[in-house]
Design a protein around this ligand. Sequence first.
Ligand code: SF4
Ligand code: SF4
Ligand code: FES
Length: 218
Amino acid sequence: MRGKVKVKVDGIEVEVDPGSVVLDAIKKAGIPMHSLCQAGELYRGASCRLCLVELPNGKLVPACAYPVSNGLEVYTRTPRTLRTRRTTLELLLAYHRIECWICKRKGDCILVKMANDLRLEGIPICAECPLHSDECLLNKGILCLGPLTVAGCEAECPATGGRCWGCRGPITREDVVVRALRRYRELGFTLKEVIETAEIFWSAHPFLEKFKLLAEGV
Ligand code: SF4
Ligand code: SF4
Ligand code: FES
């Protein structure tokens, strides 16, 4: 029987079976790792490029496809790996229709987890909100600013019985804002009242004027 292969992940030494890939070693080391191909739905065969790790010679390689070898060292969270993954995810999300307030995957979305970890803007509070479908405050006529507000507070207010007032600031990704504004209008809110509510926290925010212009065009 062939022996194990020793690999160092972020300085942690682990042993894996011959024929394993770096991602197996990362999992063995208990280090969380970005990856979409492993979710197995949209991307396969090392195509998402979100699992890039850095070798001591500075080369970036996909952890899910790079074979282990004895004495191999890899680094998972160097500034370069994080920067590259962030840009990659940003490009992937640019083609993604972000409407977390009505998404069936809400609460179980790998994109949201990665976007939050990589501090990518564009994901609304709704992605973190435990209220689904009919429970959503908007469906009860309560003007919640969740669809327009940057995620990151775990939807503290809706989760505890209140509405989101937008204290974390506005999402500035225009397509997300426009879809959210259409949603308010469809549900019977006037965009004037949405803007007035948003002004409570965003009156000094540089995006407010742009936000008003977008509302005019909806
Ligand atoms: S209650 Fe508010 S934060 Fe929660 S899903 Fe509805 S609009 Fe979004
Ligand atoms: S008002 Fe602030 S703390 Fe409350 S849900 Fe909205 S962003 Fe989060
Ligand atoms: S997980 Fe997608 S390229 Fe590795």
